[in-house]
Ligand binder design. Structure first.
Ligand code: GLU
Length: 428
């Protein structure tokens, strides 16, 4: 049975790179009917932090990467000690004070990587003797990793290219301990937008930050997938359930991927468009409340119409409270451009006439509003834009947004009256 593991160290948040490694392991397990083991590599007691552990576990759960088994290396020090003693007794390791060190014998090692076509060759003569147990009695990463991968019956080690130099160091330990050697698959690097390694500026942002910025987990998973695998035929949007049917680690890309925030935003926008408005609202509501919008004061029909109005126009959930705030506040604040539009001219006459027309409408729907609006501008012998822009500014405080007539239908006659009247000298 396929058994894979994701082995994060809780010395930092889960980033894009770690998220992709976790996803590829999880996918391989799910595609092959295997098990996905989560192993927390918290041997460095000083650098491991509870807050990072929580962030990693929450982010994995949020992405939907559920694990079948969970282990903590900090609870397994006795096991590592036992195996180090064994190597010591066999004369394969020696002691330097409390530290236990493995004697590396010169040999040529060949690793068949499942992703690269050619085997990777190493000469262990270039590797120094390996510390197994440090003088503070904690195990080193390479040692604890091998013991655990072997005892947890891990069949495939899927991890980033940055670990490739560790692989021969681990193989000599498998051999010395008489453990079967698993298969290896090294995922190519993810480069930052401007080439080079991912940095904070070029995309090395915590998964939890993407969550806070309003990315949907399905969209982020879809994007992480494209950073190392392709469904073919230039397809970019694919449901994870579809991927599970055809995923194989052998098909992972052989060349480095480049992190592209624009593409992630585009994918996110597609998932937002496809979402059911009610589900989308469940996700948007906390963001609105956080921004101080009193959304609980409105009925669900009103809220859902607003969601539908913006669903096609937002790239992240965080765009929503920013774009739609005028639906929830009475005293809207004008952007400087909106103010400029309204200050350009006295619109008393036009706004007054518009309100009269709207008042006479039998049905206050988008089409009726548009028809009466167009009739009015033609009677006034002005271009539609000459009235559209000031009306939009007065109603929304902004110069851009959804179609004016659509938003007027949702905003409703009462709010429109209140907002336009403010700009009618002497009132209506
Ligand atoms: N704890 C290591 C890391 O976070 C795990 C590497 C591995 O997958 O072997 O990089």
């Amino acid at each position: 049975m396929v058994r894979v593991r994701f082995a994060p160290s809780p010395t930092g948040n889960l980033h894009i790179g770690g998220g992709r490694t976790a996803l590829f392991n999880w996918l391989y397990a799910r595609a092959k009917g295997g098990k996905f083991v989560l192993r927390i590599e918290d041997t460095d007691v000083a650098r491991s932090k509870k807050e990072y552990l929580d962030e990693i576990l929450n982010s994995l759960s949020w992405l939907g990467l559920t694990w079948d088994e969970l282990y903590y290396q900090s609870q397994r020090f006795e096991i590592y000690k036992e195996y180090a003693q064994k190597l010591l007794a066999q004369g394969l390791a020696y002691q330097e004070g409390p530290a236990i060190i493995f004697k590396v014998q010169p040999e040529k090692i060949r690793i068949n990587d499942l992703i690269r076509q050619e085997p990777i060759e190493f000469d262990t003569a270039l590797i120094k003797d390996q510390v197994l147990i440090k003088s503070d009695l904690s195990p080193t990463y390479n040692f604890a990793c091998v013991i655990d991968d072997a005892l947890m019956n891990i069949t495939h080690i899927i991890r980033g290219d940055d670990h490739i130099s560790n692989t021969p160091k681990q193989i000599v330990l498998y051999q010395a301990l008489g453990f079967p050697i698993p298969e290896f698959a090294h995922l190519p690097l993810i480069l930052g937008t401007e080439g080079g390694r991912l940095s904070k500026r070029t995309g090395a942002t915590a998964i939890s930050d993407y969550r806070a910025m309003g990315y949907l987990p399905q969209a982020l998973v879809n994007y992480l997938l494209l950073l190392g695998w392709s469904p073919g035929e230039n397809q970019e949007l694919i449901a994870i359930s579809e991927v599970i049917k055809k995923f194989d680690i052998k098909d992972a890309n052989k060349t480095a991927a480049t992190f592209d925030l624009e593409k992630l935003r585009w994918i996110n926008a597609q998932y937002i468009k496809k979402a059911a408005p009610q589900e989308l609202w469940e996700m948007l509501k906390p963001l609105c409340l956080e921004k101080g919008l009193q959304v609980n004061n409105f009925d669900s029909n009103y809220l859902l119409s607003i969601v539908k109005l913006f669903q096609e126009r937002i790239s992240t959930l965080a765009d929503f409270p920013e774009y739609s705030d005028f639906f929830f506040i009475e005293e809207i604040v004008l952007t400087s451009e909106a103010k400029k539009r309204l200050d350009a001219k006295d619109y008393s006459r036009e706004f007054k006439l518009l309100l009269e027309r709207l008042d006479g409408l039998e049905h206050f729907d988008c089409l009726s509003i548009e028809n009466s609006f167009r009739l009015l501008v033609s009677e006034l012998n002005i271009k539609a834009g000459e009235l559209v822009h000031p009306v939009r500014s007065a109603l929304t405080g902004k110069t851009i947004g959804p179609g004016l007539f659509e938003l007027m239908e949702v905003l409703g006659k009462k709010r429109i009256e209140a907002r336009l009247t403010k700009y009618i000298k002497g009132g209506v």
